[in-house]
Ligand binder design. Sequence first.
Ligand SMILES: [Zn+2]
Length: 487
Amino acid sequence: MRNLIRGLLAALIAVVALAGGMLVNTWRQPSRQIAATPAPKLAIDADAAARRLATAVTYKTVSFAPGLPTPLEEFRKLHAHLAESFPKLHAALEREVVGGGSLLFTWKGSDPAAPAAILMAHQDVVPIASGTEGQWTHPPFAGIIDGGFVWGRGAWDDKGAVLAILEAVEHLVGQGFRPKGTIYLAFGHDEEIGGVQGAAAIGALLKSRNVKAAFALDEGLLVTEGLIDGIDKPAALIGLAEKGYLTLTLRSKGAPGHASMPPAATVIGSLARAVADVEANPFPADLAGLARTSYATLAPEFSGARRVLLSNLWLTAPLVQRLLAVSPSTNAMMRTTTAPTIFKAGDKDNVLPGLAEAQINFRIAPGQTMASVAARVQGIVGAGIEVAPVAGGNDPSPVSSAEAPAYAAIATAIREVFPTAVVAPALMLAATDTKHMAGIVDNIYRFSPVRTGPADLARFHGNNERISVANYIEMITFYHRLITRLQ
Ligand SMILES: [Zn+2]
């Protein structure tokens, strides 16, 4: 009895000590946010800037699908609008049209030894889903400014960024500013369908000129408001990496026959089991690498139990992983995801088909490759199922540095313009044009200075896309601060 009490007491002391240690560890970790002074207001006519963006929205620079014709005439009209809107920039920077509709501006630096930078955005937009035009508050290509917002397709994704970068540079050129390192402005015209004609051609052109840049900044993660449970402040996330993309076709083959005498295992049954097995064996979650850096940076900004859990990942990682796996969005941050998207077999109710085919789409987390994903899937389904990759996949991008001077410049510019926001590196789940700059740049960052709340997510590629004029001015100020910081 006495031994039991002694044992319980020892266990209790251990638990209290551990809890105390966790709490001390929690409070000992101060905020990792860079200190910055809020940026002074830019002397810019907000109404005129909003009108220039609204006009840009009226050109139907739509990317429909690879292989379909590009509306180059609309791009030419947009280019004319830009030339008229930003005369100082067009006089000071070299301008080239690449791939038919993309634009490359070269802003020569004063010091050839200073590192170059590439600011990216895309001019094309996604189509309006057919039948939804009537659901828009204002027609998607009317370029309406109403209620403090610029409405229309592209106002957010991504003409807002194209025009905001141009506004910032126009302003700086007007002040007689010249960058130390050369700055390239690269505006693709087919990002929404892979960027093969545009950004890839710009990347190849820069490579042929032996251009080396310290970093590229493209559209990416956002200034989220109310989208991360447990953080009250806006969270500005900078994408350091992009997931890879792979679709695998799974095939089950057998002898076709009459349904009156079926074999024990049919091709449909076998394929269904294979797909169910792949789904039941998700890729392991791994709260390591970029996901861990991300949560460790954000940990001091959380409140309550979340802060304690995230500040003690050395102990709590398995539990945190289980908690994060519950929500599809946080789950996708930690692992390669498995999404069966196509399943087909058979065309007559009394005939056994000889072939059943399914496709599973994987978004590959850093650390894995297309080959390692395919090998694991083949291992799960066994030799009886054929596994073949669909063309067009790509491995995950390398993970850029959160220690590089360019990261600090971006993070500081964010804190200057969004003083209440917490900044953290993160993994980007969607794909951008930045893959076409591989080999030219040391680091690639993906960030859009766009404020986004829960109600805004459906506007992205959806109906009623818009950007607030106040936020648009913040975007311009962000690029202005960033360019002046690159000295
Ligand atoms: Zn975009």
